[in-house]
Ligand binder design. Structure first.
Ligand SMILES: NC(=O)c1ccc[n+]([C@@H]2O[C@H](COP(=O)([O-])OP(=O)(O)OC[C@H]3O[C@@H](n4cnc5c(N)ncnc54)[C@H](OP(=O)(O)O)[C@@H]3O)[C@@H](O)[C@H]2O)c1
Length: 317
């Protein structure tokens, strides 16, 4: 048996697919938002959640692409319940507009999958003048989660079912800047380092889930927040970076890449599987609890990031 199919405590391995890890799970009556649902892991997550009966709201920045994906899924699963809504995570105004529109529809919310991500190749600023990787991968999701939390809490109370927040991070989080998050120079072009900025934002995804867990536990709310590394999958985010592909080749890691079906497995496991009930503030790889870097487990860093993100988003708790 290869290392790829070696099962962990959950009974699943790197070779398990999203369909396999959600086999026979009934998602009818649940509503999920999936960000970045137009390609790669987000698309497959949306498809498999819909296959299990979940009402999926695909949050996409490109409505045409979103509607095409919806049509494709409906061809395969005619009774799927899917909505497409516009969300550009690199714009705080767009995040606020999305959350207000979602609320106005009166939808419940059981599962929030913070999946969308970019790996910028040069220093760029978002519409709110924040470095683009940090703005898209962390800050947009931070605000989105805060704005949707009341709806999630209400759904949890009314449905008597645990709410779940799933942050798609990356193993790259362990290679962030030495200080973890560069609070004092997030927008400093002269100190920007291409891949480090992505790695920093992926560290932020884990710290976000951990501090959120602490707060939800303090409030005794039945909503969990976990983070994950999906594996290495040749999706658009990787295809756009020749250097990353060469790096994988040189290290012999190309043969270790997952299919998209395998790449969406841990996300779908965390969103739906009964094994994960009550588990929060953990980091998962291949559907099993794993150990993130010591920076990712630093509670003070997580608290500092929370306060920093609150101030950048002007969000009042
Ligand atoms: N692939 C890997 O090997 C790997 C490894 C570790 C972690 N991850 C993580 O997995 C997640 C999904 O990535 P993927 O591999 O599936 O890549 P992908 O195919 O490039 O998908 C990224 C998704 O994010 C969306 N997106 C980008 N910027 C956005 C914005 N400003 N607002 C809203 N949506 C936006 C994209 O929309 P458009 O279609 O409009 O561009 C796309 O739907 C990311 O968080 C990534 O960091 C991936």
């Amino acid at each position: 048996m290869g290392i790829f199919s070696k099962k962990g405590a959950s009974g699943f391995s790197a070779s398990s697919t999203a369909e396999e890890v959600t086999q026979e799970i009934d998602g009818i009556g649940l509503t999920a938002i999936v960000t970045g649902a137009t390609s790669g892991i987000g698309l497959e997550t949306s498809r498999v959640l819909a296959l299990r009966g979940v009402h999926v709201v695909m949050a996409t920045r490109n409505m045409n692409a979103g509607n095409n994906v919806k049509e494709e899924i409906l061809k395969e699963i005619p009774n799927a319940r899917i909505d497409v809504m516009e969300l550009d995570l690199s714009s705080l105004a767009s995040v606020r507009k999305f959350a207000a529109e979602f609320d106005s529809k009166g939808f419940p919310l059981n599962i929030l999958v913070n999946n969308a991500g970019i790996m910028a190749d040069t220093f760029k600023l978002s519409k709110d003048n924040i470095e683009l990787d940090f703005a898209t991968n962390h800050l947009g999701h931070f605000l989105l989660t805060n704005l949707l939390l009341e709806t999630m809490k209400r759904t949890t109370r009314e449905s008597n079912r645990e709410g779940r927040i799933v942050n798609v991070s990356s193993m790259c989080h362990q290679d962030s800047y030495r200080e973890g998050i560069r609070f004092d120079s997030i927008n400093d072009k002269s100190r920007y380092r291409k891949y480090k900025a992505y790695e920093e934002s992926k560290l932020a995804n884990i710290l976000h889930a951990n501090e959120l867990t602490r707060r939800l536990k303090e409030e005794r709310v039945e909503i969990t927040a976990n983070s994950l590394h999906p594996g290495i999958i040749r999706t658009n985010i990787i295809r756009k970076h020749i250097f990353v592909q060469c790096f994988l080749k040189v290290l012999g890691l190309i043969s270790m890449t997952k299919t998209i079906q395998q790449g969406a497995a841990t996300t779908c496991f965390l969103a739906l599987h009964p094994q994960v009930k009550g588990i929060s503030g953990e980091y998962f790889v291949d559907c099993n609890i794993a150990k993130p870097s010591s920076q990712a487990n630093d509670a003070d860093l997580a608290k500092r990031l929370w306060d920093f993100s609150l101030s950048l988003t002007n969000h009042k708790e």
